[in-house]
Design a protein around this ligand. Sequence first.
Ligand code: AMP
Length: 198
Amino acid sequence: MASAATLAAATSSLLRRSSPLLLRRPHGLRISRDVAPRRIGGSKKQETRTRNLELPVPRSVRHIASSTNEESAARAAAETADTGGPTIFDKIIAKQIPSNIVYEDEKVLAFRDINPQAPVHVLVIPKLRDGLTGLDKAEPRHAEILGQLLYAAKVVAEKEGVADGFRVVINNGEEGCQSVYHLHVHVLGGRQMKWPPG
Ligand code: AMP
């Protein structure tokens, strides 16, 4: 697991490359200055005042932080992946917790991702998981629901006005950065996608 120290080292190395002035603090600058000496008890005392100047974190650093979070979430989720226990998506299906639903039919539910990676970022999930913690668990009997998920992804893209350019992603397993073990399709759009993906 990437420790805070690893992240701090990566951040500091990036900042070092972008500006040698920022060596001293990962997200800011420490400015010290000597002020006029004061006479205390017969002797002059030199005083140094220090203040911290907070600087915005560069986008490249934010990207590292965000990727590291996703990877740690994926590692943590992988530990309980195959227990088949309920996930946060079961609560969304049961409407026990709120979600922003974009599309729903008998078999699938589509709702906005809580941590959007594009102007349009919708998750499409089967209402009945039927063993599909991830795509790697797919069996021939799942062919129908897999087709329904992809069809729903297209319906969502149309509803969201991005049908002429969008991306469909399924993260699978720890290395695939999967963090919720209830099969889901990400529908992303509303910006120019890059290739290869990270
Ligand atoms: P993955 O990393 O492919 O397993 O995707 C799981 C997605 O679920 C992530 O993009 C999360 O942001 C999203 N997510 C987790 N909890 C919620 C929630 N309560 N409502 C909406 N999206 C969620």
